[in-house]
Write a protein that binds this ligand. Sequence first.
Ligand SMILES: CC(=O)N[C@H]1[C@@H](OP(=O)(O)OP(=O)(O)OC[C@H]2O[C@@H](n3ccc(=O)[nH]c3=O)[C@H](O)[C@@H]2O)O[C@H](CO)[C@@H](O)[C@@H]1O
Ligand SMILES: C=C(OP(=O)(O)O)C(=O)O
Length: 444
Amino acid sequence: MAPASPILEINGGHQLLGKVKLTGSKNGTLAVLCACTLTQAQVTLIGAPYITDVINLVIVLQSIGVSAVWKSENVLQIQRPAILNLAGLDVRKASQTRAVILLAACFAYEKNDFSLPLPGGCRLGLRSIEPHVDALQQLGLQVKFEDGGLRVRRCGRSASTVTLMESGDTVTENALLAAIVTHQGPVRIENASCNYMVQDLCLFLQSLGATIGGVGTSSLTITSPTSSTMGTVSHSLLEDPIEAFFFVALAAVTKSTLQINRVPTGFISLELRCLVKMGLSIESSASYLAANDFHELYDLKVSAVNLALLALDGKVHPNVFPYGVNVDNLPALASVAATSHGTTRFHDWMYESRVSCFSLFKNFGVHVDITDAHRAQVTGCQKLRAGDCDLPSALRPASMILLIALAAPGVSRLQEFEVLYRGYDRLLPRLEQLGAKVSINTTA
Ligand SMILES: CC(=O)N[C@H]1[C@@H](OP(=O)(O)OP(=O)(O)OC[C@H]2O[C@@H](n3ccc(=O)[nH]c3=O)[C@H](O)[C@@H]2O)O[C@H](CO)[C@@H](O)[C@@H]1O
Ligand SMILES: C=C(OP(=O)(O)O)C(=O)O
């Protein structure tokens, strides 16, 4: 008989209390890790989250000869060898992460012709890599689909101005890295994403000697370092705004008070505004500088004790930063809507099928109407009941169900919960520290 798959049991409906410490973001760390292959310097990454996506990418880097060692909790030291062993690439691990597409630019630093597996990551409908193919083409790298993977070849000259087909986060990172690899002079990248992970990568590339203008805007100008950085480089990763919002939503759905420290609120200000309009109390400290000397951080005290949250009027929709709710925060916002009074409308135009996951709220007594592949209406429920559920394979919808299970009185049983480890460092002990009753049952 096959061994039983472990089940995450949540005894929900309990008020939580305590302080939350954030780690660096998954998405920023993945980009910076890939960029470590472009320097001979020994890099120390401070704040690196110990999560499956990062662990997998570390294994991928090790498979090509990079030394990657956890020096202490959340401190990762990276040193590439003189020559990368591209033939040794761990294809299975590489194909599990979206960020592996960044190696298309990085490996061109090494070789003129090579292959890569197709990137993985959350399955959220079709996630095209055409914008990457187009950007890399403009930068002198031809990418072709071949034998179920990607073949990358240097070809022709790199343009000095590149316009991205989409203002995507990873494609902007790929263009930055490719510009460093293929072009000595300044390259302007138009329609760039200015989201948190792109800014984090820019700061790291600056510490390697690149000159980058326009950080935090949609027009970036990058010039490669004039000489190869040797010695040591230390980079403090920016605290994860998506993880921060998960804990804000956690306070809201469990009617708790949580103190969340070192929050880069500039990246989630609209999400926080939505929750304040719904009735959540959020007190903020004065700002102070992040360890990267660039971003501002705040300590937030979030309280929903004895508060009845109301549904939002109008529709909630994601957009590229800074024009809307971060698409990765939409599911957490939906979980707050699921515990509020009234009906909230969501319109996720960015991902093909993510709102269909909202129907899993029904397992907990919440009324949900999925109008089409992009639209859903969530009617809040004040008498949530515990539910059983296979977590969706996409990270944020999975964390949204975890939030509801923590809010629903009784024991909820979540299967396929390991997906949560892709994005949240030491999640269960941290929840327990706040008073949540969570355990893994391996015998069921
Ligand atoms: C490793 C990493 O960093 N992953 C993040 C990154 O993925 P990544 O940058 O790979 O995001 P995608 O390229 O898949 O874009 C997400 C979706 O938005 C659509 N789109 C995006 C921009 C745009 O201007 N127009 C448009 O239509 C894409 O077609 C796609 O359907 O950004 C996503 C959107 O913030 C986040 O959910 C992911 O967590
Ligand atoms: C969609 C996500 O990740 P990825 O791009 O790595 O699939 C996410 O972090 O929610």
